[in-house]
Ligand binder design. Structure first.
Ligand code: SAH
Ligand code: SF4
Length: 368
């Protein structure tokens, strides 16, 4: 990020935050609506270009406020059209954002933390350790930057039609900054995305799944990866705090809060670890007759890790077994692996790690 100043960064403030800010300047609440449209819909960050604000107000804003987006450090273009940006997050650290274009949609995969403390066994971000939470400005700034850079879709809509929190970090461990970002993504004064098109992916921080259902209720994806506690404890260590039964109960409550919307369960396919048909049968027992879909993710390798990707045939058989049992199951296409932009390969640059081990006591620190 650019050097910090005393000025208030208006990027990442919700409509009510902005109304509060303008009240402090003795301005009417509608200023909040004007400024949101400028920032998100027009991509304008120079107050002097905001032609419907009086000259006096623009001068005042230049004195006390700024609109500061993350600074792009690098951009990589994959042969398959996937784009990866590296954004500086200060002190030599950086986070990654990935755009995945498809004919019917453009998905932006965003980061919520510098690194991650949850230490899942098969994840490059987890292997990096945790440095800090991103601010709301740094999170929404990734969307803002991508939309400003990418050409619009043929129908005139912005290039980004869907946003998924599947980049670096555990979004529900940065709840207080992620929720304002969700509010902005959904706001008609901004990108006006529907809840269906915004997905929070979590490894299973149960208390915050409950809260999210009340606060925002966007689409939820849960990184399950194993259907019994013994194996899940090894692959996704947060399971020791919130085991599968507890996690699934919170998922069904979440789905019930919004007319039984489906929860997506992500399941990384690791050769010889969790990819046998008996594992598929365990999964069926957990998910049968529930509002659940399964998304199988072929494991993406990275340096310093010994897992291997299941074969195409194994993945096909696993998927078929789920489908034979009436469970909706898809396999994620691996995109952008020539630029290390595939799921779980995002490592950014994380130094100054705070090594946090999971325990009842420090989970409060991790999820603050
Ligand atoms: N922290 C959140 C979101 C970021 S990870 C979560 O865990 O859900 C996004 C998805 O990529 C998760 O399902 C995660 O388990 C998966 N993933 C992590 N490492 C992977 C790898 N090496 N190969 C394939 N998927 C991976
Ligand atoms: Fe963190 Fe998600 Fe990676 Fe687990 S899979 S270490 S929760 S980013």
């Amino acid at each position: 990020m650019a050097a910090t100043t005393d000025k208030v960064n208006l990027l990442g403030l919700t409509q009510s935050d902005l109304e509060h800010f303008f009240a402090g300047l003795e301005e009417k609440p509608y200023r909040a609506r004007q400024i949101m449209r400028w920032i998100y819909q027009s991509g304008v960050i120079d107050f002097d270009d905001m032609t419907d604000l009086s000259k006096m107000l623009r001068t005042r804003l230049n004195e006390v406020a700024e609109i500061r987006a993350p600074v792009e450090e690098a951009r990589h273009n994959s042969v398959d059209g996937t784009i990866k940006w590296l954004f500086s997050s200060g002190s030599g650290q950086a986070v990654e954002t990935v755009f995945i274009p498809e004919p019917a949609r453009g998905t932006l995969c965003i980061s919520s933390q510098v690194g991650c403390a949850l230490d899942c066994a098969f994840c490059a971000t987890g292997a990096q350790g945790f440095n800090r939470n991103l601010t709301a400005a740094e999170i929404i700034g990734q969307v803002w930057h991508a939309i400003r850079e990418l050409p619009r879709r043929p129908n005139g809509d912005p290039a980004v039609t869907n946003v998924v929190f599947m980049g670096m970090g555990e979004p529900l461990a940065n709840y207080r900054n992620v929720v304002p970002v969700l509010e902005i993504l959904l706001s008609d004064l901004s990108y006006g995305l529907s809840r269906r098109r915004v997905t929070v992916s979590t490894s299973g921080i149960v208390p915050h799944i409950e809260k999210l259902g009340d606060d925002c209720n966007v689409s939820l994806a849960v990184s399950l990866h194993a259907a019994n506690d013994k194996l899940r404890n090894e692959l996704v260590p947060i399971n020791k705090l919130h085991p599968i039964d507890e996690l699934l109960d919170s998922c069904w409550r979440y789905a019930g809060k919004h007319s039984n919307r489906f929860i997506t369960f992500e399941y990384v396919m690791l050769r010889g670890v969790n990819d046998q048909l008996r594992h598929a049968d365990e999964l069926v027992r957990l998910l049968k007759d529930k509002p659940a879909k399964v998304n199988l993710i072929p494991f993406n390798p990275f340096d310093g890790n010994n897992f291997e990707r299941s074969s195409v045939e194994t993945i096909r058989q696993f998927q078929n077994r789920l489908r034979e049992n009436d469970i909706i199951a898809t396999t994620r296409k691996t995109r952008g692996d020539d630029i290390d932009a595939a799921c779980g390969q995002l490592a950014g640059k994380v130094s100054d790690r705070v090594r946090v081990r999971l325990s009842e006591k420090n989970i409060k620190v991790i999820t603050a």
